[in-house]
Design a protein around this ligand. Structure first.
Ligand SMILES: [Fe+2]
Ligand SMILES: [Fe+2]
Length: 208
């Protein structure tokens, strides 16, 4: 049952996400890998790509929180919370990497968060099967997006690549677990709509 403590905990997490104060439970995959000597344009591009990924993780926090709030089955709620914790690692890892590359996180994070929270809660309100379907498709698209970044990032930037690779592996697992929990198949038009939204989000956050 939803209670005040639960709401406060969620609000606290929302503030931490937007403020960029997030601690990872697992060490960063970049740990122990030496920093490459990158020229300035390469560093800036790496930071911009990681800013896009960080925005994706801000959205993931909001989506998972919105959905965990509305999930009906306790098993589904637990799975959403577990995946949400792994997304917190992604959030912290990408923030750290942006800092190392001398970049900054998106100024629009509060907006990304709010929009995604509404989407997550709406998907959740449609029932677990649709909520999981939305989630599975999100994870699938994020996984593809991260694969695209791995093609763009220089081979020499091994620290950034390690973070992106680990995130991609987690997203693939999140998708599998949403499918295993009984996700429905989204209509093609919904998938397309999600791609369009994601394109806007990634294009804007590459700059701002
Ligand atoms: Fe993630
Ligand atoms: Fe994920």
């Amino acid at each position: 049952m939803m209670n005040v403590d639960f709401l406060i905990a969620n609000f606290d997490r929302a503030l931490r996400t937007v403020a960029g104060v997030q601690r990872a439970q697992r060490p960063s995959p970049a740990e122990g890998i030496s920093e490459a000597a990158l020229d300035e344009p390469t560093r800036q591009e790496g930071a911009a790509l990681m800013r896009v990924n960080h925005v994706g993780e801000v959205c993931a926090q909001a989506l998972y929180q919105g959905q965990a709030l509305t999930a009906r089955e306790p098993a589904n709620r637990r799975a959403l919370e577990q995946a949400g914790l792994e997304e917190q690692d992604h959030l912290a890892w990408s923030a750290t990497r942006i800092e190392e590359l001398g970049g900054r996180t998106s100024l629009l994070n509060p907006l990304w968060y709010a929009g995604s929270f509404v989407m997550g809660a709406t998907a959740g309100a449609l029932g677990d099967r649709w909520s999981l379907a939305f989630l599975a498709e999100t994870e699938h698209q994020v996984e593809e997006h991260l694969a695209g970044h791995l093609r763009r990032l220089p081979a020499s930037d091994r620290r950034t690549r390690a973070v992106v690779e680990a995130m991609r592996a987690d997203e693939a697992r999140h998708r599998d677990s949403a499918m295993a929990l009984g996700a429905a198949e989204l209509p093609a038009v919904a998938k397309l709509g999600m791609r369009v939204m994601a394109k806007i989000m990634t294009t804007v956050s590459h700059r701002i």
